[in-house]
Design a protein around this ligand. Sequence first.
Ligand SMILES: [Fe+2]
Ligand SMILES: [Fe+2]
Length: 370
Amino acid sequence: MIEAAEKIISCFVSGMANYQSHPGDPRSFSRDVEEALGVIKSLNIEHFFTITVSDENSMFINGIRMLLGKSDARKFFLKLRKKGVVTVVVSKGVRAEELQRFLEDLASSVGFFHSYAHIAVKRSEQKPRSDIFTPGRSLKDDYLQIRRIYSDISVKGHIEMTAVDAVMGRLIANVREEVGLLSLLVPLERDVDDLYIHSAKVAMLSILQGEHLGLGNALLYDIGLAALLHDVGKTLLPPALLDKQDPLSEAEWAVMKNHPVYGAGLLASLSKIPEIAIIVAYEHHRKYDGTGYPETRIRRRKQHIISQIVAIADFYCAVSASLPHRKPLSHTSIMGLLVETAGKEFNPLLVENFVRAMAKGKSGAETMKA
Ligand SMILES: [Fe+2]
Ligand SMILES: [Fe+2]
């Protein structure tokens, strides 16, 4: 076990060093990750293995104390300590993309860890400040970034995660500090049907709900990212359909209704995308009672709770937008509609949370404006 643990740590350290010398190129350390994964699999662990940093000078892997001389173990230990990590639990079924993301987070200078399906990271109370969470000066810059992210995905089949991290960090910080919240609550006359503005607004309103539920950074990031990309499938629809000023015909609606499937397909083809973004892209037009689209064979299959959060934000943004053939609904009417349809279209507990979060956000934003 001790040799295997040393080998895994050496692969991690070499992977982080390769990542730091070629930060934009995930292939630079994919071999290290694959090698580590091979050793992890060969351990035939029943459930998981655990790395713990217990005090100033010791690190244990599955309870075995590692020697920290001038070894890779020491380098790894120092990295963990610098980031305030006390425990890492890697569970059975861990995938290369997750390990890769974890090592990138550990190697980077930012004090933030994404969420990973098979890796849990516990940090000490005095963790370093997460500097991706700083508010942005202009939402306009974010819209441009989002436009670029959407076009990278649909045209190049690629996603630039550093750009995504920057946008997500700013959106989360903006929600926390109530920057631009008022613009979410008041219908705008211009640009309201713009896909990127819509996506940013849905992301902010989804983050607002998560924040009000008391969720931490890693989950808020995943919720925000899933919301930001929920309509990415629309980039594969004919532009004339998206720009159409009149109501859609039945045939056009049939085409429009493909965007969740297209979006999920686009996102599934990318590495590094949290699975939840694929699920939300697919499910955001399904409803709490199992209806909606895309239709599934298992009609009663419940939407994921994060899809339910995004569906509420999406509804709010869609009906508060002003279109040539339809006036925007007022804030009060939208909230009334949400409450009326809670339990059928939307999760009633989440609607309740949304109503409270909006009441708080609205009064906060109005106080700031005054
Ligand atoms: Fe949609
Ligand atoms: Fe949408």
